[in-house]
Design a protein around this ligand. Structure first.
Ligand code: NAD
Ligand code: TDX
Length: 329
């Protein structure tokens, strides 16, 4: 059995990933290391509580002693770092914790893993996957360009700046120490178990309650949306087929303005657009994100399988069926 240490596995993408991975890869044990911040919820994983291939440790990625202890105890072959402060609006209200967790926490994980894995100078087949975001590239102001892995880092929010810092540390550890870090940069995810602070759950929950949906600015900002399960598959491919030191963009090509998305969700709820309310824009609001994902298609032999409209319909249904989950998050 190989051992995979997942950090931030109680959050939206991490919990979807652990459930997906345990089902897909039968010869791997998963250790979930999570601080359980407001965004972490162990109920996301209740379905696998009894799985003998799953372990949970409550802890902070900034805690050097505990991370070292977990490495010694479980001896992981792979590490995937999902742990982060993830909400752009919160990073505008209070950037410090974003630098602490996203930059210093990632640095601590890299340093502990390097010391543990590279005692004898070779990391061998071990892999560290840093889960990053398209937001590190900044904003596209037109309708046609897209970011490749060689695009500049031009992050605009404290969140994206902190994620860019983590990416750069992963790169530096590869270049300087030969540490086997791989970086994946994904577009906006949607699916079950996403915290209600994010846009899609906000639209669904407000719609279900017949309450106003806050649309920032004029609603023309565009995001590329991927089903979280397609992202989980891409991460698995990056872990097993990705090359150390490489960056992989993970996108779906499904671009939509926020206004169109809010309308689509309301349609799924059988409601009209009257609930949409324009509100003050987000400071520094990125206009558009779009990724060129051809490297992941070619090198990782990965592509999306979910149809966007079907995926949104299923997501709306999941929130309909799981009111107690979102009422408590
Ligand atoms: P989330 O906020 O839902 O979950 C984050 C998880 O990390 C939570 O379980 C939380 O308890 C844990 N955590 C936070 N600080 C921690 C710390 N110091 N130590 C240990 N655990 C800690 O986030 P998400 O949307 O699932 O995003 C997961 C990762 O994917 C993040 O790194 C994010 O930057 C990246 N990402 C997200 C998206 C998206 O659309 N949601 C897109 C691209 C990349
Ligand atoms: O109430 C809202 N109204 C609104 O118009 C909210 C919460 C958001 N928005 C807009 C802002 C964005 O243009 O909707 C879009 C999506 O917003 P979020 O769900 O907050 O996502 P975003 O800011 O794009 O960042 C997300 O994708 C990239 C994740 O939160 C990040 O963790 C990930 O890196």
């Amino acid at each position: 059995m190989k051992i995979l240490l997942v950090t931030g596995g109680a959050g939206f993408i991490g919990s979807n990933f652990i459930r997906y991975f345990l089902k897909t890869c039968k010869d791997v044990i998963v250790v979930n290391y999570d601080k359980l911040t407001y965004a972490g919820n162990l109920n996301n994983l209740s379905i696998i509580d009894e799985d003998p291939r799953y372990y949970f440790v409550k802890g902070d990625i900034c805690d050097q002693e505990l991370v070292q202890q977990v490495l010694n105890e479980y001896d992981p072959d792979y590490i995937i770092n999902f742990a982060a402060e993830s909400h752009v609006d919160r990073s505008i209200d209070g950037p410090t914790v974003f630098a602490e967790t996203n930059v210093l926490g990632t640095l601590n994980l890299l340093e502990c893993a390097r010391n543990y894995w590279m005692k004898d100078s070779q990391a061998g087949s071990r892999r560290f996957v840093q889960i990053s975001t398209d937001e590190v590239y900044g904003s596209i102001e037109n309708d046609w360009d897209c970011f490749t892995e060689n695009s500049l880092y031009l992050p605009n929010s404290p969140y994206s700046a902190s994620k860019a810092g983590a990416d750069l540390l992963a790169r530096a550890f590869y270049k300087t120490f030969g540490f086997p870090a791989i970086v994946t940069r994904c577009c906006n995810n949607y699916g079950s178990h996403q915290h209600k602070e994010k846009f899609i759950p906000t639209c669904i929950i407000q719609g279900l309650k017949n309450k106003p949906i806050p649309l920032y600015g004029d609603g023309t900002n565009v995001r590329e949306w991927i089903h979280v399960m397609d992202h989980c598959a891409a991460i698995t491919h990056a872990l097993f087929y990705g090359a150390p030191g490489e960056i992989y963009n993970i996108g779906s090509g499904e671009e939509l303005s926020n206004l169109s998305l809010a309308r689509l969700i309301l349609e799924n709820l059988g409601k009209g657009p009257e609930l949409i309310r324009k509100v003050n824009d987000r400071p520094g609001h990125d206009k558009r994100y779009a990724l060129d994902s051809s490297k992941a298609h070619h090198d990782l032999k990965w592509s999306c399988t979910y149809q966007f409209k079907q995926g949104i319909a299923e997501t709306v249904q999941w929130y309909r069926n799981n009111q107690s989950w979102w009422e408590n998050c």
